[in-house]
Design a protein. Structure first.
Lengths: 139, 367
């Protein structure tokens, strides 16, 4: 009886120790696997105005992702993220129809990035930009 | 021969090998009306071993680095002697594994072998199916092609639909905000170590449950086709007067494996790019999604479902519900009848589901 009680006590102690070891191991393993923080300063991208003729789009890299400048026919300039808001593919500019098409699941956006049809849940993100001395500065 | 007998005697007196052979091989009896569909499991084991062997061989030359992965695969294909053969066997084998796994599941479904007391067999088999999908998905990131990159972008982005933790989960899966070199490292570890180990463990569990419940009797050619298990206690389904596993059914298994090898090699040698899409031959470009990009054939139905539903959440929820329903089928379908032709409603639902999946896949292919 006494031996059984001591065995139970030892079992509980070892079980507790195993739980403590598991807890102690979990945190370093989680930190090892967690994404590294990639805090980057907001980048600025400069593109000559002549590279974006009327009715056309210019794709470029912005903060590690794809972005696009569009000059609508008879209208102004727009800078958008080119990442589809559905599942992250890069949209394509359909010059003839003047809209964006996502090749992955067929989402359509207007030149302003507003969803026309398909599964995207929200518009393309607008990016701030300025134009000075024939140069477009995005960011 | 005398030497061989002496060697067997030497082993037998130490570990009782003859007793194991008599119990598990020559004395392991299978139902007399057993059919070829029961060989699918053996074919799958053979495919898995072949995938492990070709995978290990590929590891010798493959470099899991985003800058070098595509080049290393090109090197294997064009420079290494018989590298193309090893890689083609691995690529074609992965598609064939999904195909045979689907045939195995469909045969179990139509022969109603998932019913009590075989819930564990079905569940472990279903988890194996999802793990095979997982190992395929992680595998096709490794060549770092356009198909690799964008399929992984879409697949990992799907986790975004999970409320609250979704965005963090996407980042955790990718090892960063976007698919990139850290994603390749993670998927490489999953593909070559974690998922194969999980598959081995689950195959072990699947075979253990099969060994404990006994092989199910096919419902064909019998007068009484109802489930005989009453649920009042553990009982092993034995088959007195049945066919010995060894040598009788082992030879049937071997015949099926050779028929599989013939089909497999026909694809490898005569149409090796059958399962490739053209985006698999272009190096990954994170800034351009190729036009008309399509996933592998077994993900086409999922792809088309995401396209049909206007909301990402609903598209994924529908797939989640369908998968959960399939996983829990033995708990939902409690009918004792096992013959599919005596179950018109079941047959209509099963055939309807299968045709829906095929229809969505074909639609996805041509959309």
């Amino acid at each position: 009886m006494e031996s059984s009680g001591r065995r139970t006590f030892l079992g509980v102690c070892l079980g507790g120790l195993a739980a403590a070891v598991a807890a102690a191991v979990t945190w370093p393993v989680y930190r090892y696997l967690a994404p590294r923080s990639t805090a980057t300063t907001a980048a600025k991208v400069e593109i000559p105005e002549k590279d974006v003729p009327e009715g056309e789009a210019k794709f470029f890299e912005f903060n590690g992702a794809s972005a696009v400048l569009v000059r609508k026919r008879g209208d102004g300039l727009i800078a958008l993220s080119a990442v589809c808001t559905h599942l992250g593919c890069i949209v394509q500019w359909e010059k003839d129809q003047q809209y964006f098409l996502c090749p992955c699941h067929g989402g359509h956006y207007t030149a302003e990035g507003v969803v026309i049809s398909g599964p995207p849940p929200k518009p393309l993100t607008k990016l701030p930009f300025t134009v000075a001395n024939g140069v477009i500065t995005v960011g | 021969m005398a030497l061989l007998k002496r060697l067997i005697d030497w082993i037998d007196v130490r570990i009782g090998a003859r007793e194991v052979v008599a119990k598990e091989l020559t004395g392991y009896l299978l139902p007399r009306n057993i059919n070829t569909w029961y060989s699918m499991g053996s074919i799958l084991l053979f495919i898995f071993v072949l995938q492990v062997v070709t995978g290990i061989l590929l590891l010798i030359y493959y470099v899991p680095d985003a800058d070098k992965a595509f080049k290393s695969v090109t090197y294997i294909m064009n420079e290494v002697p018989f590298g193309w053969l090893i890689r083609m066997c691995h690529v074609v084998g992965s598609s064939m594994m999904v195909l045979v796994l689907l045939l195995h599941m469909i045969s179990v479904l139509f022969m109603n072998s998932y019913k009590s007391p075989r819930e564990f067999n079905w569940l472990t088999g279903f988890i194996l199916f999802t793990m095979v999908q997982g190992i395929s998905l992680t595998g096709y990131l490794l060549p770092w092609s356009q198909l690799s990159f964008w399929a992984t972008t879409v697949a990992t982005n799907s986790a975004n639909a999970i409320p609250v933790v979704g965005p963090y989960l996407v980042e955790f899966l990718r090892g960063g905000k976007l698919v990139g070199p850290p994603t390749l490292g993670r998927f490489f570890a999953l593909h070559v170590a974690l998922i194969p180990a999980g598959i081995v463990a689950l195959v072990g569990a699947h075979l253990f449950f099969l060994q404990r419940t006994g092989v199910s009797t096919p419902p064909f050619g019998l007068k009484d086709t109802t489930n005989q298990w009453k649920g009042d206690g553990y009982s092993y389904e034995n088959h007195p007067g049945g066919i010995p596993f060894f040598p009788n059914y082992a030879l049937e298994d071997l015949r099926s494996i050779f028929i599989y090898i013939a089909c497999f090699l026909a694809v490898v040698f005569f149409d090796p790019y059958l399962f490739f899409t053209r985006d698999a031959f272009l190096p990954a470009n994170p800034l351009q999604t190729p036009a008309h990009i399509k996933p592998e054939w077994y993900f086409l139905a999922n792809y088309q479902t995401l396209k049909i539903f206007p909301s990402e959440f609903i598209g994924l929820a529908v797939q989640g519900i369908a998968m959960t329903f399939l996983a829990l089928l033995p708990f939902i379908d409690r009918s004792p009848e096992r013959h599919p032709l005596k179950r018109p409603l079941f047959m209509a639902c099963a055939l309807g589901g299968l045709l829906l999946w095929i229809g969505l896949s074909v639609w996805g292919h041509y959309s």
